[in-house]
Write a protein that binds this ligand. Structure first.
Ligand code: NAP
Length: 288
């Protein structure tokens, strides 16, 4: 079997067209959706990520405010910037790029963001909303994975979905989103003794670990949907995911590539959350 590709670039393009249209409506009514991106320090990967987020805003009718601070910035100074942005009516979403320098408490910083502007979905209020099935912002990466599953018409009800990884930003929220769609969900992690025995039962596998070739063809049920969240460099320095794409695509029914899969979807869902925050602030009903 040769898997069909779930193209994150094409799906993003389609979703971003809708986002740009909704942003134009808001702007015509006098409010342009705005995202503030706070970067502390000079981590090269973080610089690339924030640049891509700001660029995506500009290309789709959102305005963005990029604040770059030196690594020596005090936590108190960062918290006071967040407080100011919480009260800034031109800013609807606030994103603090992680990781933060070691002298800062990332949890305290994220909790300082108003839940109404928590477009990364990392605040405990957002996590609690996801857990309880009440309205709130979903973390962008698993939200993007759900949109990819929706785009191929994957009905998750009664399916066995296996999530590999249990981080707060990907694995755990991913599992909750799949559960909300009535999948039977298994969460695997570094202490899972026989990963292959579990993934072989999966109708849907989401790999979110950060290890090259973690998921190989012998670990996948024929016809399964495989979503690769991983972002790694292989021995040749090439960007790749957690899935052995060449092998697994011979077995799976659907597969996401890396690059061009989950990565672009993450930024798209950030735009979507920011737009939604703006619509909510403007008193408009939510439209996912
Ligand atoms: P993380 O916080 O490091 O979590 C990794 C998870 O993988 C942990 O839960 C860990 O288990 C588990 N794990 C480690 N080795 C394992 C093994 N051999 N078998 C099974 N599970 C194992 O990473 P993250 O932030 O969730 O990110 C995961 C990957 O996704 C990374 O490559 C990251 O770069 C990528 N990512 C991509 C995007 C995107 O937009 N494409 C966004 C976010 C993250 P323990 O909990 O037991 O340690």
């Amino acid at each position: 079997m040769t898997a069909q590709l779930i193209d994150g670039i094409a799906l993003s393009k389609q979703l971003r067209t809708g986002i740009a249209q909704r942003a134009a409506v808001l702007q015509a009514q006098g409010t342009q959706p705005g995202l503030a991106v706070l970067l502390v320090g000079d981590n090269p990967a973080s610089q690339v990520y924030v640049r891509n987020k700001v660029k995506a805003c500009h290309e789709n009718g959102l305005h963005s405010l990029l604040e770059q601070h030196p690594a020596s910035l005090s936590e108190a100074a960062l918290l006071s910037r967040i407080a100011a942005l919480n009260n800034d009516p031109t800013i609807h979403g606030i994103l603090v790029q992680l990781p933060l320098p070691a002298h800062m408490d990332a949890h305290r910083v994220i909790e300082a963001i108003s839940p109404a502007k928590d477009v990364d979905g990392f605040h405990v209020a957002s996590a609690g909303a996801l857990m309880t099935g009440t309205p709130g912002f979903w973390p962008c990466t698993p939200y993007g994975c759900m949109k990819m599953l929706e785009s191929i018409g994957c009905n998750l009800r009664g399916k066995h979905a296996v999530v590999i990884g249990r981080s707060n930003i990907v694995g755990k929220p991913m599992a909750l989103m799949l559960l909300a769609q009535s999948a039977t969900v298994s969460i695997c992690h570094s202490a899972t003794p026989d990963l292959a025995a579990i993934t072989r039962q999966a109708d849907v596998v989401v790999a979110a670990v950060g290890k090259v070739n973690l998921l190989t063809a012998d670990m996948v049920k024929p016809g399964a949907v495989v979503i690769d969240v991983g972002m790694n460099r292989n021995a040749q320095g090439k960007l790749c995911g957690d899935v052995d794409f060449a092998g697994v695509s011979q077995v799976a029914g659907w597969i996401t590539p890396v690059p061009g899969g989950v990565g672009p979807m993450t930024i798209t869902m950030l735009l979507m959350n920011t737009l939604q925050a703006c619509e909510q602030a403007s008193g408009q009903p939510a439209a996912a």
